[in-house]
Ligand binder design. Sequence first.
Ligand code: PRP
Length: 172
Amino acid sequence: MSAGKIVFTQDRIRRRTEEIAREIAGAIPGGDLHVIVTLKGALFFAVDLIRALGREATLGFITASSYGGGTESSGEVDLRTEDIGEVAGRHVLIVEDIIDTGRTLKIAVAAIQSLGPASVRTAALIDKPSRREVEIDAEFTGFRVDDIFLVGYGLDCDQEYRTLPDIRSLGP
Ligand code: PRP
């Protein structure tokens, strides 16, 4: 399959990211902010969001993988937290590229909550509410979409297409 038509242009992604950054600035109190990026998909969104935030923050990383290959989730999430950073007593912002079944975010939030943060909030660029299998939502959401498989701007299909600058549907 090839990357098909553009769903979100670079410009639209940039403008929405700046809006989310303003929402976050109004909602997360001053003080220690720790941004946790869920690799690999959220890499591009996280960098642009952190820059738009324009605020001092420490960084941590978790690696979550659930798609064994192709376009269907395996249903199991492998979460690696070695580089999660200093969480205790800090305001944490988890940055996700997409919420699909919700399993990854649910497990990530639980792992972070167990480390005693001052607060935990989540920002996701894309949300697919119709795909949800567990109860979870992000406080800050970029775009809500139907059940279409998206690639680009970090989103992959079998590790391909992540470096596309815009977000596209997968298909002819
Ligand atoms: C994707 C995406 C989210 C997760 C969302 O990650 O980046 O983390 O799936 O799906 P869910 O809501 O059903 O859990 P993936 O496991 O493909 O790893 P990647 O970030 O390395 O692409």
